[in-house]
Every structure is written in structure tokens, then in C-alpha cells.
Ligand binder design. Structure first.
Ligand SMILES: [Zn+2]
Length: 314
């Protein structure tokens, strides 16, 4: 396993490339303090071996894992929660109150994804979800503080991408673990001067006003850095927060303009692809259309579907 699967940041934070779908698509973070560790995001069952490799390299025993904290119960974030809880005997699972029951009984989560993807693709991506016993779960109330051997991790509930979303504030590094609240900015979207970032409006709970409020809430802590699940460390968060909020508004305008279209998902997907493509080109002049398709088609299809669900709701 090559070393670049692990990126070591300051403040004893490591970014693990979970291996979900393609390199550097979804991260898992390890936070160490004194003799304890927290794991933020779980990716899928298939990612556990990478986490164990890192713990082994660092001489950390599975019994030292105190918290496992998926930001929300979409499966690229929480799909591996059950298998992690089996391996880490002293860990508590921290999850939004609205997500907890889905990890106690994951059958609904599994069925929902199998309905969309089919059994074969589901198995390849996620595998059987393992139930977590209720007494190992702490429901993440808003403003709850977790004590990691003296290091405080603060939970804030951040609806907008999903109702069951939380972000985690690390006072020591003045950084947020943002899950999907602060959008997606893959490593391939980093240009010489800045990077491109897009919101994630995937189905079925996208709510633009709530999402913008949540982004503003994160910024009210004056963060110095963000740890994106998709993907990695992002600096200068204030600059990107403004861009992201404008971006969310323009997505909604695009969706509304296609409200009466005969195939709204296709129309919206096409329009947001053109928008992202043009903006990416400004940041990365050499990027071509096939590369943009490869990079963003999956996200933009989900975004278009989520925008249509939002249109139909109001
Ligand atoms: Zn999500």
C-alpha cells in the first residue's frame, strides 16, 4: 500500500484516502490526542483495512479508539460504521439523532441504495451493513462537546445537505470537519492560484436556505482550515464560503428555470455541467471536457436529482 494513501497534517490529524470508487474521492480522518484517537467518517466496509494499516504504523491499538463520528448517514460517510464498531471495542459511535436508528437497523439504508443502484453495484461499493447496538451510540445533540483525552471536539448540527448532518469543530487546529456541508473540491480541482469547489445537493433532503445558514454557522467560528471529506485540507475558508453560497443560489436559479422542462434532471445536469466546466477551465486552463466528465459526472447527476426533488417539494 503506497504512502500517499495517508496525508499527515499538523495538530496530529491524518487524512486517509478511503479508496471509495477512485483515489482521493472520500476521506476518513484520524485525530490523535495523548493516548486516545477519534475517527471522523468511516467511508465503507472496504475502507477498514486502510484505517487499521494506519493505526498499526502509528502503534495505536484498536482499544485506543474513543470515538467514531460519521458526519451523516449517507453510505460513503457511514457505510463502514458497523464494521469499525466491531473492531474498536471501546469506541462510542457519535451520530445525529435523526441518523442513529438507521445505524441500529441499517436495513432501510441498504434497501434505499439497492433500489437505486441494484444489488451487484451495491455489493461492490458497500457490502452488508453491520448493525450497531444502541448502547454504543451517543446521539449528537447540537453543541455537544466530546472530550478526547483533554482535546475538545465540538459538534454542531448542520442541516442543508441532509437533515442528519453534523460538523465537528476542532478547537486545537481551528478547523472544521465538514462532511458534505462545505461541498466537494477534489485534488484534481486545485489550480495554481485557487481551487474549484461545488456544492453537493444530492437527494433527498437538499434545502438551500438551511445549507447556506450552516455554512455561515461554520464561518462564525473564524476557522483557519477545513477538512473536507471530498477531499482533504482546504485553507482560506472565508473566500470559499462566499463562492459556495453564490454557487448554491445559482444552482437553485438553474433548477427553477427548468421547472417545466420535459426532462428536468437531464436539462439541469447539462446546465450545471456547462457551468462547472467553464469555471474549472478558468482555474485549470488545460482541463478538457472528457476530464471534467470523468471527475464530476457522478456528483452532477446526483446534484441534478437532488435539485429536482427540492423543486418538487415547494
Ligand atoms: Zn452526503
Amino acid at each position: 500500500m503506497s504512502e500517499e494513501i495517508f496525508s499527515h497534517y499538523d495538530h496530529k490529524i491524518t487524512c486517509i484516502d478511503s479508496g471509495y470508487i477512485r483515489p482521493k474521492m472520500a476521506a476518513i480522518y484520524l485525530v490523535e490526542h495523548n493516548e486516545e484517537v477519534a475517527i471522523i467518517e468511516t467511508a465503507t466496509n472496504h475502507s477498514l483495512s486502510r484505517v487499521l494499516t494506519l493505526l498499526d504504523k502509528k502503534n495505536i491499538a484498536p482499544s485506543q479508539v474513543r470515538y467514531v463520528i460519521p458526519t451523516h448517514v449517507h453510505l460513503d460517510h457511514a457505510g463502514g460504521a458497523g464494521s469499525m464498531m466491531e473492531i474498536f471495542p471501546n469506541a462510542k459511535l457519535i451520530v445525529h439523532p435523526r441518523g442513529a436508528r438507521h445505524l441500529v437497523d441499517p436495513s432501510r439504508l441498504m434497501k434505499g441504495v439497492i433500489d437505486v443502484y441494484g444489488q451487484e453495484k451495491y455489493d461492490k461499493l458497500y457490502g452488508e451493513l453491520i448493525a450497531v447496538s444502541k448502547d454504543r451510540i451517543i446521539e449528537a445533540e447540537d453543541e455537544m462537546e466530546l472530550d478526547l483525552a483533554g482535546r475538545t471536539l465540538l459538534i454542531r448540527q448542520t442541516p442543508g445537505h441532509a437533515e442528519h448532518h453534523i460538523c465537528i469543530w476542532d478547537e486545537q487546529s481551528k478547523g472544521w470537519f465538514t462532511g458534505d456541508t462545505f461541498g466537494v473540491s477534489y485534488q484534481e480541482m486545485i489550480g495554481p492560484m485557487s481551487r474549484h469547489i461545488i456544492p453537493t445537493t444530492s437527494p433527498v433532503q437538499f434545502a438551500p436556505e438551511k445549507l447556506i445558514n450552516s455554512i455561515n454557522l461554520l464561518m462564525s467560528y473564524n476557522p483557519e482550515r477545513l477538512y473536507l471529506t471530498h477531499f482533504g485540507l482546504l485553507e482560506n475558508p472565508q473566500y470559499y464560503a462566499e463562492k459556495l453560497c453564490q454557487h448554491i443560489s445559482s444552482y437553485c436559479e438553474i433548477a427553477q428555470a427548468n421547472r417545466k422542462a420535459s426532462k428536468p434532471i437531464e436539462k439541469i445536469e447539462d446546465a450545471i455541467f456547462r457551468k462547472e466546466s467553464a469555471q474549472l477551465n478558468q482555474i485549470l486552463p488545460d482541463i478538457d471536457q472528457p476530464q471534467v466528465h470523468e471527475l464530476l459526472d457522478m456528483d452532477l447527476n446526483l446534484n441534478a436529482q437532488g435539485l429536482v426533488v427540492w423543486l418538487n417539494r415547494h
